[in-house]
Design a protein around this ligand. Structure first.
Ligand SMILES: NC(=O)c1ccc[n+]([C@@H]2O[C@H](COP(=O)([O-])OP(=O)(O)OC[C@H]3O[C@@H](n4cnc5c(N)ncnc54)[C@H](OP(=O)(O)O)[C@@H]3O)[C@@H](O)[C@H]2O)c1
Length: 324
């Protein structure tokens, strides 16, 4: 079958796309308890670029088909969304706490292919109101945003939230979902055009990255890391919380702002992906509100390299989707 896969890792100084191959891979065979999904659409995440650099992926696992997210048909012809978190079969409860969990494309082959196999419990029905392209945006970036806001962040209607790095896949989801949840939404971006798009998407106010804000916020949603951390801590009201799920600009901080953290009694909360139940809740929220993922561009999967290059250049607003 056709697949987009990592054949080797790029060094940090190399073009991250060095080990990316578009070509043929063997059809997968579903073991007992697993099902085969025929992929109609899949979306790109920063995770796929990390994988090409060998972050979160072991050399022994190569060649590895990339991609965490997909929507398509199950073996009975039902339209489904794939849940990307694969937990141990014996694990019960919140699967994001399973120490043996992995994301598709880390241990099990990913979604950028004609077919992907997943445990049977890892498919969620796709509502007819949603296209395959839209549904394919949900399993990683949108699920992460949903859990950050409503589970880990415990935010409720009327709270004020700051979203850093407005253009990203997770960040655009955060803005749209926060607005749908009745929050007051502030967002930052380095880019003027992305700030304008963030306003269209639902942000109440937008600011240049690092700019002084007119109010202190209840919570900050962080995916940028080093470049915005200090600003995030300074944006919080006493007792406020920062929810972090990524470090696109790097994890090492010049100043962790520890004094502010204890003196203002701030909470720093990690967040990773989400549960199957949260994915079903997210799908339901979108079905009932009409909120839809922001799609930067849709490309045939055979042109996936262009999508990877755009993400590596930071030239995106929303999600990049590949179709079959
Ligand atoms: N923990 C999890 O489960 C989980 C799930 C999904 C994603 N993630 C992580 O979350 C991060 C975002 O993922 P994504 O797929 O949304 O990536 P993305 O679409 O590539 O977005 C990255 C955004 O970060 C901002 N940014 C990058 N470098 C910056 C800098 N130096 N200064 C300020 N802003 C900067 C940019 O915003 P502007 O251009 O608007 O400034 C950019 O749009 C990644 O690190 C990813 O690995 C984690």
């Amino acid at each position: 079958m056709f697949a987009v896969y990592a054949d080797s890792f790029a060094n940090s100084s190399d073009d991250p796309l060095t080990g990316l191959v578009l070509g043929e891979r063997p059809d997968p065979v579903a073991p007992d308890g697993w099902t085969t999904v025929t992929v109609k659409a899949a979306s790109l995440n920063h995770h796929d670029l990390w994988s090409l650099r060998g972050v979160g992926l072991k050399a022994e696992a190569l060649p590895m088909i990339l991609g965490c997210d997909a929507a398509g048909y199950d073996e009975d012809g039902n339209e489904v969304v794939v849940h990307a978190v694969v937990s141990d079969p014996d694990w019960t409860g919140d699967e994001t706490f399973d120490p043996r969990r992995s994301l598709l494309s880390e241990r099990h082959q990913g979604t950028f292919a004609d077919k992907v196999i997943v445990p049977r419990r890892n498919v969620v029905p796709k509502p007819a109101s949603m296209s395959f392209e839209e549904a394919a945006c949900l399993p990683t970036a949108w699920l992460t945003a949903y859990r950050m806001l409503f589970t880990q962040g415990a935010l409720k209607a009327g709270d004020t939230v700051l979203v850093q790095g407005a253009g990203g896949g997770v960040a655009t989801a955060l803005i749209a979902l926060a607005r749908a949840g009745g929050l007051r939404v502030l967002a930052t971006s380095r880019d003027e055009a992305k700030r304008a798009k963030a306003l269209e998407l639902g942000a109440h106010e937008v600011f240049e990255s690092g700019a002084r804000l007119p109010v202190k916020v209840d919570a900050v949603m962080e995916t940028v890391g080093r470049a915005t951390w200090s600003h995030s801590i300074r944006a919080l009201r006493p007792g406020g919380r920062i929810v972090i799920s990524g470090t696109t600009s790097g994890p090492d901080l010049d100043d962790a702002e520890l004094t502010r953290i204890f003196f203002l009694q701030l909470s720093v909360i990690g967040s990773t992906m989400g549960t199957r139940g949260e994915l079903a809740g997210l799908v339901n929220l979108l079905d009932s509100t009409g909120v839809r993922p922001v799609i930067d561009r849709v490309l045939p999967m055979t042109e996936a390299r262009d999508g990877f290059a755009a993400m590596a250049a930071g030239d995106v607003f929303g999600k990049i989707v590949f179709t079959r």
